[in-house]
Design a protein around this ligand. Structure first.
Ligand code: ITT
Ligand code: NA
Length: 198
């Protein structure tokens, strides 16, 4: 069986490929389907956007599709950038510009008040079935100076107290065991078999 991971983000695609390799499913990503246009994310919640991406592509191509809508929620910024994480600093999407803007917005805010969460909502869609939605979060704090070279997005600024490292200082394997994406995938795993059979 084949699952299409509906993402154009190479960082996400790499993590899903590693996480699904164990499932015996053949993983395809948007790289394998250059003809699929990018779905515009018009929703105001992670779930709306994940469902929009998964269901639009599943219906159009009549296949099993998993979409990920994720982002960073910073408490001192009232949960921003949230669903706007990919484009926090505007177009074109740029991790470097987003990280710079995040540091700028948090100027003067002390370490103890820089708490944040990485959030991941996954939507699984197959034509003729009700879609499945699960989510995962991980707690951290936003550093003032980036650390580490692994991962993508806001990883170099997201410090995980339980690991005493930023997400970008963790190896890909370590991140894939505890990330917001990993937590959501574990929840998906729990309901997967029942959903596929029904
Ligand atoms: P797709 O919609 O094609 O999947 P995207 O990057 O636009 O790609 P989102 O709209 O879900 O995806 O935006 C998620 C953004 O949140 C992403 O671009 C990063 O800036 C951030 N993000 C999500 N997961 C992350 C992670 O594991 N590490 C660091 N940053 C992450
Ligand atoms: Na989004």
């Amino acid at each position: 069986d084949t699952i299409l991971i509906a993402t154009n983000n190479p960082g996400k695609a790499r993590e899903f490929e590693a996480l699904f390799a164990k499932k015996g499913l053949q993983v395809k990503t948007m790289r394998d389907y250059p003809e699929i246009p990018e779905v515009e994310e018009t929703g105001t919640t992670f779930a709306e956007n994940a469902l929009l991406k998964a269901e639009t592509i599943a219906e159009t191509f009549n296949m099993l599709v998993l979409a990920d809508d994720s982002g960073l929620k910073v408490d001192a910024l009232d949960g921003q950038p949230g669903v706007y994480s990919a484009r926090f600093a505007g177009e074109p999407k740029s991790d470097a510009a987003n990280n710079a803007k995040l540091l700028h917005e948090l100027t003067g805010i002390p370490a103890a008040e820089r708490t944040a969460q990485f959030h991941c909502t996954l939507a699984l869609a197959l034509p003729g079935k009700e879609s499945l939605v699960v989510e995962g979060e991980v707690e951290g704090t936003i550093l003032s100076i980036p650390r580490g070279k692994n991962g993508f997005g806001y990883d170099p600024l997201f410090y995980v107290p339980s690991k005493e490292k930023t997400m970008a200082e963790l190896s890909e394997d370590e991140k894939n065991k505890m990330s917001h994406r990993a937590v959501a995938l574990m929840k998906l795993e729990e309901v997967w078999d029942k959903w596929i059979k029904n």
